[in-house]
Structures are given as C-alpha cells and as structure tokens.
Ligand binder design. Structure first.
Ligand code: CO8
Length: 378
C-alpha cells in the first residue's frame, strides 16, 4: 500500500466511450434459445438415449434477477445473434491501420484529456490496463501514445477484472516516485470476442466499453473537479474459478485454439461466495489504514459484475439500510465490462460530491484480484 504523503496525487479527468450498438436481454435470450432448441431437435435421439446432454433454455427473468443486467453495449452486433455464428465479426485490419482496441481507447483518452485540461505534451506515461489485449506486441499503449502524439513511454498490463484499478495503482506509484509527470490510464475493454454465447450460464454477462483516467501531481492540476488519491491498495489470491486459457501456447500444444476453455468460463456461484467477503474485508482494511470507516465514505464506485454481489459487499460493511445513491450501478445498461465497470461508475456518478467528501473505487474478480483507491474530493 502507498500511504498518503507528499506529493499529493490527483485524478483530474476521466473519459468514457460507449459503443453506439447494444443488445438487450430479450434479443440475446431469443438467439440463445433458438440455438439451444435447434441443437435439442438435431440431437433428440442422442438426448433421449442419455448420450448427449440437453441444452437448457435461458431466461430474461433469471438474468435480470441474478445479475441486474438488462442490456449491454457491444463494439458490433454483427454476428453475435446469428445462431450459425454466435460471436462478433471483426474484419481484420491491416498493420498500418489503427487497431480496434487502440481506436476505442483513443476515444476515451481524448475525453479524459479534455476533462483534465491536458494536451499530449503534458502526458509522459500511458498505461493500457484491460482484461485482454488484442495482440501481445507492440503494446496497445504504445499505439495509443503514437496516435495521440505523446512523448514518453507506454505499456500494457492484464489483471482481468482489476486491471483498471491496478493500472491506477501503478500510475500513483510512478507519480509518487517521480518517474512520471502525468499519466494517461486507458481501459479499452473489448470483451465480447471472448464470450461463449453458446453457454447459457455466461452468455449474458459481458459488454464492451472504453474508459480513461488522467492522474497527475496536484501542483500541475488545473481541473476544477479533481479528486486527491489518499491511498491505493491491491490484493491477489490465485484461483481458477474465473479463467480463460487463450494464449500463444495453443499453437505449440496442438489444441483447439478457440475451444470452450479458451473462452471466458467461471464457477459463478463459487466466485460470488468467495470473492464478496474478501472484497468487503479489503475495503474495510483499506479504510482502517487511513483511520476511516465505511460510514465515512460518501460513495462506493464498485466493480460492476453483479448487483447482488455489490449489495452483499455493502451489507457486510454497512448493514441493510444503504441508500442506492451510495453504490451506483451501471449494470442495467452496460453489463459487466471487465475492469472498466468501477471507472464507468466513477465517471458517471461523481459530479455531485463536494469538497472533502470521501469516495472509494474498488474492483474485484478474476485472479482473484481486488484493487481499491480511496479518494477525497478537492
Ligand atoms: N437462464 C436461466 N437459468 C439459468 C441461466 C440462464 N441464463 N444461467 C444459469 N441458470 C440456472 C443454473 O443452471 C442454476 O440452475 P439449477 O439451480 O437447476 O442448477 C440456477 O439458474 C442458478 O444458477 P447459479 O447459482 O449459477 O446462479 P447465480 O444466482 O449464482 O447467478 C451469476 C449466476 C450471475 C453468474 C452469478 O453467479 C455471478 O454473477 N457471480 C459472480 C461472478 C463474477 O463476478 N464473475 C466475475 C466476472 S469476471 C470479470 O468481471 C472480468 C473477467 C475478465 C473478462 C472476461 C471477458 C469475456
């Protein structure tokens, strides 16, 4: 953990790129069920003989009740609802064209820079932190750096659900150490290409988005709406309960590079039960380190995976009687956007806080990983 000490480090701007296209639960369930019914008809005899498992149907009611998700934005609808494809279609871009992830990252980055009042020459470090990068190298951060005309350095980091908070943790440390002057942290979460839309248990979970944050030292900040970062804290604990085996070793392992285990898969209920108490403890420990309690926090910008999970975490911290404004949710509209969820919540729900108000960003999920930042409105 990095304690609050001079220099003061601030978040001075944020950006959000929301894909114009979206898919509702109704559309997604209709597509999945058409696929499942066709499968069950085709394999009727084998299912009756117990040789093939029948595909159960999905339901809008289940999805809304168990996750809080009603819709999700997607980079492209093309291909996802087509039961002969059930994955998005991304035309391959030439090597001299801007990549998809850099493109959406730049949209969010420009907004964050404008809100912080920064130009490219003010920034000297770019971190791309996301659940996936579309290629290992050259780093997406370096592509964004070039596109924006930033001098300095950039790198990518992957920490699944906690990539965004861990990226900010890194940014904070670099600013505190003096190895960076002003950091652009970008979360281009292009996750629908890794979703198994044929899997009833997870077909509804994810959406695409990009977020960006500008972090700098207080003395260079000119933004009227900034937040001081009082402290950052990160925790990891290995678990395979949320996993993707997609990677370069598939080429050498002679396995199916796009098989089921190479896509997102999880034991959702187990994750729910194991991660919620770890997150609650992490939050209260982090606040206690600063002499604060959960009651002192005006707003929690939590990871957006599941509305019930967030309620459970907050219940453990504050009991039953918590105003919904204290834990804003973006799940209805965005679904789970991997690490970007808590940053979307922060971006959309911070303007009403007043000087001195305490807020906390906290992500939790795959790894397992938990990352948090305690903020004070300036
Ligand atoms: N429709 C109808 N019924 C369903 C469906 C469906 N779509 N899916 C499951 N069911 C059934 C189950 O089969 C089960 O039936 P039965 O009782 O007969 O066995 C019943 O509903 C209840 O199932 P669950 O116990 O699994 O249901 P839950 O209430 O636990 O809800 C959730 C399932 C929503 C998945 C929930 O467990 C959850 O959200 N858990 C938390 C998971 C989490 O936070 N994961 C982290 C996500 S990962 C992340 O955030 C970033 C990772 C990297 C990005 C990856 C991008 C691709």
């Amino acid at each position: 953990m990095t304690a609050n000490a001079s220099p003061t480090i601030v978040i001075s701007g944020t950006g959000l790129w929301t894909p114009p296209e979206a898919i509702t639960n109704e559309e997604l369930v209709a597509s999945y069920n058409a696929y499942a019914e066709r499968f069950n008809n085709e394999y009727g005899a084998e299912i009756a003989a117990g040789k093939v498992e029948e595909k159960p149907l999905s339901s809008v009611r289940f999805i809304e009740k168990s996750s809080g998700i009603k819709s999700r934005h997607v980079y492209t609808r093309d291909g996802i609802l087509d039961i002969d494809r059930m994955r998005p279609r991304f035309p391959e871009r030439r090597e001299d064209e801007l990549g998809n992830q850099a493109e959406i990252g730049v949209f969010a980055a420009r907004q964050a820079m404008a809100s912080a009042g920064k130009t490219a020459s003010d920034i000297d470090m770019v971190v791309v932190a996301a659940a996936y990068t579309q290629r290992p190298y050259p780093a997406i951060a370096i592509e964004i750096q070039k596109e924006l005309g930033i001098e300095g350095f950039g790198f990518d980091m992957l920490v699944a659900c906690s990539a965004a908070t861990f990226g900010l943790h890194r940014a904070y440390d670099s600013l505190a150490a003096g190895s960076a002057r002003c950091v652009l942290a970008v979360n281009p979460e292009l996750v629908t290409p890794q979703v198994n839309f044929r899997d009833r248990d997870s077909h509804f979970i994810f959406g695409d988005v990009a977020t960006a944050v500008i972090m700098e030292r207080a003395e260079t900040c000119t933004s009227p709406g900034s937040f001081a970062v009082l402290s950052t804290k990160a925790l990891t604990q290995f678990s395979s309960n949320i996993r993707s085996n997609f990677g370069h070793l598939s080429y050498a392992a002679d396995c199916e590079p796009f098989g089921r285990d190479k896509l997102f898969h999880q034991s959702g209920r187990l994750v729910f039960e194991e991660v919620s108490p770890v997150a609650a403890r992490h939050i209260s420990d982090h606040l206690a380190n600063l002499g604060l309690t959960p009651q002192d926090v005006k707003r929690f910008w939590l990871h957006q995976a599941n509305i019930n999970m967030n309620r459970m975490v907050i219940k453990e911290l504050l009991g039953d009687d918590v105003a919904p404004e204290k834990i804003p949710s973006v799940l209805e509209q965005y679904g789970n956007t991997a690490s970007a969820g808590s940053i979307i919540a922060f971006h959309l729900y911070h303007n009403d806080l007043i000087a001195g108000d305490i807020g906390m960003i906290c992500s939790f999920g795959a790894g397992y990983s938990v990352g948090s930042l305690v903020l004070r409105k300036r």
